[in-house]
Design a protein around this ligand. Structure first.
Ligand SMILES: O=P(O)(O)OC[C@H]1O[C@H](O)[C@H](O)[C@@H](O)[C@@H]1O
Length: 520
């Protein structure tokens, strides 16, 4: 048996033993537990003491991280090696948020200078748009950005915008992702073309939905402003040729490179709309928080390393205790899209069935992730978390201080977050009335931000990005590809041709009947 296989077996054995204990009892047995399992990283506090691991389980998890080569692969990752093997690419989003003067290399090629070049061009553009120096076709300043993109070109910026928009909003940002025409129709109906900058965001600039929405926005601009309306179009992409073919000249294209994965791209020009809406300073602070988390991930010993520990707690539940679902519940309305964002980050990155080498994985991979914002969900699905037949671990995310609205409401919010985590773990026995019995022993992590600043949000996103990397390393999968989305795209094009009058193709009876029924 290899060292890694032995470490997996040891982790499974430790988890099986811990499954027989109650988490709450571990606090008495392990006086150092809270201290040992709480780490501070890049202004965040991460408390993993309500997770099911005993000291022995924790040590088995750390031993797995060591045997699984997390440190060595982390160094290769930061060194710009080909960690995305199926696409023969590096994955180097950390280079995008490093301070000026860094020296990152992707597959041996220096990249930091060109990153700084794009950043400088973005900053100049952002400042001009915000100051009103950069004007629209009718001579009016832009007051609105329409951000068109989907998947990684949508979820990160949309989440960041919702989280930070109360801070420094001068320019409103509207997001359109879905190809459903009702999405763009509703957006356009509320916008004034003379004052709207349209930012088309697509790594490949070939994504069907984004191209359809971009064409609709271009037609809308032309309809209102004539051909000069094209001057309101800006692109963020790796595909300069396709941008030019669409009619966006190079001086209005903000580029990035193929070593930036879509779901890791908010730090690149994909974040342009947020930078325009929030101001450059906020965008820089978002970067600074992520860079601080990068630094922590790179240097902290495994036992005190927040992304490593978050990943190991997840693996302990997923692989040690067979729990395939997890809830991420921010007690912060502004973080209400965090779970949506993490659905792509975690499930597209780690929802894989074969290893990097192409063999079936030896261990179950990504959990399903869901959640919205607390306290709302306490009045919806939390019943199942407390008394359902499955154990569903929770990541609580809370913000210690807020300056918005009635102060007491924020205290109520925090009280609920703390109480839910406590209730899940401690439970409440009631032998006389089984329906009132709370079994407890349901694990959670508790991530605390001091304030919901750009810096803290940057750190939080990078925490999860690196957690995903650690898990992918231990599961031996490529966390940076997404081949699973390809088949559906190919079939959609085939069906589209048929719906638009093409001859009927080969389909199963159900698919054929649907096509026949919906054919115009
Ligand atoms: O940015 P784009 O090239 O338009 O891609 C948008 C999205 O679509 C793809 O199908 C992938 O599943 C995502 O990873 C990607 O973020």
């Amino acid at each position: 048996m290899t060292d890694t296989a032995a470490a997996w077996t040891a982790l499974e054995a430790a988890a099986a033993a811990d499954g027989e204990r109650r988490i709450v009892d571990l606090f008495e047995a392990e006086p150092d537990r809270l201290k040992r399992l709480t780490v501070e990283a890049a202004s965040l506090s991460v408390d993993l003491s309500k997770q099911p691991w005993s000291r022995a389980g924790f040590e088995a998890a750390i031993a797995l991280a060591r045997a699984g080569g997390v440190e060595a692969r982390r160094d290769r990752f930061f060194g710009g090696d080909t960690v995305n093997v199926t696409e023969t690419r590096a994955a180097l989003h950390m280079a995008l948020r490093a301070p000026d003067g860094a020296a990152f290399e992707a597959q041996g090629r220096p990249v930091s200078k060109s990153v700084e070049g794009v950043r400088a061009a973005m900053k100049a553009f952002v400042d001009q748009v915000r100051s009103g120096a950069y004007k629209g076709a009718t001579g009016q300043a832009f007051t609105q950005v329409l951000h068109i993109g989907i998947g990684g070109s949508d979820l990160g910026p949309r989440m960041v915008w919702r989280a930070l928009k109360p801070l420094n909003r001068r320019i409103e940002v509207t997001f359109v992702g879905n190809v459903d025409p009702s999405d763009i129709a509703a957006a356009l109906a509320a916008l004034d073309p003379a004052r709207t900058l349209v930012v088309v965001v697509s790594k490949t600039f070939t994504t069907q939905e984004t191209m359809a929405n971009a064409a609709a926005a271009k037609a809308w601009l032309r309809g209102a402003l004539g051909e000069v309306g094209d001057g309101h179009l800006v692109a963020c992409s790796t595909n300069l040729e396709a941008c030019a073919a669409f009619g966006i000249p190079a001086e209005r294209v903000f580029g990035f490179e193929d070593w930036v994965g879509g779901r890791y791209s908010t730090w690149s020009s994909v974040g342009l709309s947020c930078a325009i809406g929030l101001g450059w300073e906020a965008f820089e602070q978002l970067h600074a928080g992520a860079a601080a988390m990068d630094d922590h991930f790179r240097r902290a010993p495994l036992e005190r390393n927040a992304p490593v520990l978050l990943a190991l707690a997840h693996i302990y539940n997923r692989n040690g205790l067979g729990r395939p679902v997890r809830v991420v519940e921010p007690y912060a309305e502004r973080l209400g899209l965090l779970a949506n964002y993490l659905q792509q980050l975690e499930m597209e990155s780690n929802g894989k069935r074969v290893t990097e080498a192409g063999t079936p994985v030896a261990h179950a991979t990504s959990t399903a992730v869901f959640g919205n914002a607390g306290t709302n969900d306490q009045h919806a699905f939390f019943q199942m978390l407390h008394q359902g037949t499955d154990i569903i671990p929770v990541d609580f995310v809370a913000v210690a201080r807020s300056d918005e609205g009635p102060a007491r409401q924020h205290v109520i919010l925090l009280a609920n977050a703390i109480a839910q985590a406590e209730a899940l773990m401690v439970g409440a026995a009631n032998a006389a009335e089984p329906h009132r019995h709370f079994p407890g022993d349901r694990p959670s992590s508790f991530i605390l931000l001091d304030r919901l600043t750009p810096y803290a949000l940057g750190a939080l996103i990078a925490l999860y990005e690196h957690k995903v990397f650690v898990e992918g390393t231990l599961w031996e999968i490529d966390s940076f590809d997404q081949w699973g989305v390809e088949l559906g795209k190919t079939l959609a094009n085939k069906v589209l041709a048929e719906l638009e009058g093409g001859s009927a193709g080969e389909h199963d009876a159900s698919t054929a009947a649907l096509i026949a029924r919906l054919k115009g």
